[in-house]
Design a protein around this ligand. Sequence first.
Ligand code: BES
Ligand code: MN
Ligand code: ZN
Length: 500
Amino acid sequence: MTVAKLLPAIGHIPAFELATALPEDVDVLVVPVFTGEDGLELPTDSLTADVAEPLLAALELVGATGAHGELTRVPAPQAIEAASVLAVGLGDSDETTADQVRQACGTAARALTGVEHAATTVGVFGLAESIEGFGLGGYSYRGLKSDEVPANKQPLGKLTVVGGDDAQADFDRAVATVSAVALARDLVNTPSSHLYPARFAEVAASVADASGLSTEVLRDDELAESGYGGLTAVGGGSARGPRLVRMHYRGKPDSDAVDVALVGKGITFDTGGISLKPPAHMENMISDMGGAASIIASMQLVAALQLPLNVTATIPMAENMPSATSYRPGDVITQYGGKTCEVLNTDAEGRLVLADAIVRACEDNPSYLIDTATLTGAQIVALGNRTSGVMGTDEFRDQVAEAGQAVGEDAWAVPIPAELAEGLKTPVADIRNVSNDRAGGMMVAAAYLREFVGDDVQWAHVDIAGPSYNTSKPWGYTPAKASGVPVRTIAKVLTDLAEQ
Ligand code: BES
Ligand code: MN
Ligand code: ZN
């Protein structure tokens, strides 16, 4: 079955078209504008003088300055074949960054609600950045509302990008990136009533099928039998049993070695379990599978980009519920591979399902392992809502954090201080799942995971508790709710590794 049939709803993204000339029937032409020394400036590389002069006059008349983020919509001057022009401010043209272009295009996409067909001429905007910005910002998820959307509230229908003859490869890459991020968002936005472990596993298998990847799914009974004690304990409180999904991409036909292992936390809902969470905002815990969603989406993207790497994803899926069959504080569980863990808080469930998955992933002897998870509220305390925390082996951790910064998914490298790891010692098991101290909760969780990573594996753990889910207003190309972070970071790391 297709993903669209397995989910109750999927988000809308604009259709994209690459053209060599401006089509005749566009509603809105989108043009970047700058703050120059003498005021408003238009790009000189993509507009001819007969077009630029009347447009500049019209924009100046209504007070456009070109400041970053400023949007100005005017009726199109006669020389332009469009109904109106949307000028998107980018600030000083010498200082504009790729992500500012994406953010501005994202804001522009949201301002084009009710517009069927917009076009933009690539030049200063950059082809990939404009498609990513319009695609990510133009994403809209309506969920399960039964009424029709009126035409004036419909999200932007189509964007034509006018680019050179050599633009096709960049165009395809950017569109594949937008589709992958949209998939991650759709999965996260789907409510837990409709996305539970068994269904989530079906979705992953369906994505894999469509991308030509192979999959294996381990069911609850098989997990218990094979010793996946973390996943079995965490999933045991729910009537909807846990799953472990493995997806395989072979980009190097001559080699069986796994270059990169990907692992993502797939808690389809996190109540906290017996260590029950307070009720306020618990509904946001539909997003506790954001790590898993981004890994599934990254696998789709790796396949679309046909990167010359072998990549295997290992994705634990469970619902953390309080019930008569739940695991309890004080229980000792056995993680996959044999390490025992004293559970002191059933709400620190992510590390338990990840530990099983990491051990399984390391059985393949990967060179690199990236895990990503909505792991700790402490990530938000430490770095805020928009910056992921990256921990792991020094060099690869830094590489992943830099990749995040390069693509506009802000990320920061964080150490795992030795004294925090000390806090996980217990007299009754090999390790405990939380420390007594509230200090450095994000790094304590990473210290737990580190115990399960193979010795020769270069490892990065990306805590996305804040950045993967926007509980506030839309901004730039980030809509409310699911953001799709860190799909583009992972794609950048894999692309860089493939080129090394
Ligand atoms: N899924 C949560 C972390 C989370 C919090 C994600 C807020 C997104 C937003 C995780 O399972 C959790 O409950 N962590 C606990 C750990 C604690 C018990 C050591 C936390 O952060 O409170
Ligand atoms: Mn939890
Ligand atoms: Zn959780």
